[in-house]
Design a protein. Structure first.
Length: 257
């Protein structure tokens, strides 16, 4: 069975409330607050767990972060590297890692990364790029706009895909998106879960594939800084200081479960 968010007419559906729900969420800027992991994050994890619902982090961070999440929190799965890798805890309690692109694409990415560093010797690859499997990331905080544009043009010429989050420019080869990662995860690991019982929270352009295709999509209020750049916006956009990042996710999750 293919898990399809368009399995029926959304307009006649009421989003699910209560239990038996999955809350997918981006991490940076959505489950954090001003770059920090606050008590709101821990409260979200605890609240979702207590209600017998599930939190699945869908992040551009590396697979190593996924191992951290699954090791230290009561989470059963996460989707990392912008949808490139699924990680889940199997019935023996072991963490299993499933890349969603081919070895050929993984090799092409490695070769491009060498070429990129040759062309732009001073661009800062993220410290965790060495541990990434299906993508790499550039920390653009100290790069000027002109250099960011040049790097993106170079990626276009080389047929490399990329997306800009609030911390990184992630780049990869092949078909990778948060949406593809989530639909493949659902088809294989949660095939009987109904789409109307699934929510997604995000805050940035790298969440756009989810906003486009996920009916129950929610933007935390800090999305206002980039909302004008989004072609596809979340259906629900939270507002106000009380809905920034993890605070907004916590309030919303409590309101529907
Ligand atoms: Mg984010």
């Amino acid at each position: 069975m293919i898990w399809d968010l368009h399995q029926t007419t959304w307009d006649v559906w009421c989003p699910g409330y209560g239990s038996n729900m999955i809350f997918f969420s981006d991490f940076d800027g959505t489950l954090t607050l001003d770059g920090h992991l606050t008590k709101d994050f821990f409260e979200i994890v605890e609240y979702v767990h207590e209600k017998n619902n599930e939190l699945i982090i869908v992040s551009g961070r590396s697979v190593s972060w996924g191992h951290f999440f699954l090791t230290h929190f009561p989470l059963k799965a996460c989707i990392m590297e912008g949808g490139g890798v699924i990680l889940y805890v199997d019935e023996r309690g072991e963490i299993v890692q499933e890349p969603l692109i081919t070895l050929l694409e993984i090799d092409r990415l490695a070769a491009f990364t060498v070429k990129l560093q040759h062309h732009f010797p001073n661009i800062p690859l993220s410290a965790d790029s060495f541990g990434r499997l299906t993508d790499r990331a550039i920390e653009f905080k100290f790069m000027d706009e002109e250099l960011i544009d040049d790097v993106m043009k170079f990626m276009d010429q080389e047929n490399i895909n990329y997306s800009k989050s609030n911390v990184h420019i992630n780049f990869w080869c092949g078909e990778v998106s948060k949406y593809l990662g989530v639909t493949q995860f659902m088809a294989k690991h949660r095939p009987i879960k109904e789409a109307k019982n699934c929510w997604f929270f995000g805050d940035a352009p790298n969440d756009e594939s989810m906003f486009e295709l996920f009916y129950n999509s929610v933007g935390v209020s800090n999305i206002k800084h980039c909302i004008h750049r989004l072609k596809f916006k979340p259906r629900i956009i939270l507002e106000g200081d009380e809905n920034v990042g993890a605070k907004g996710v916590l309030r919303y999750v409590k309101s529907v479960s």
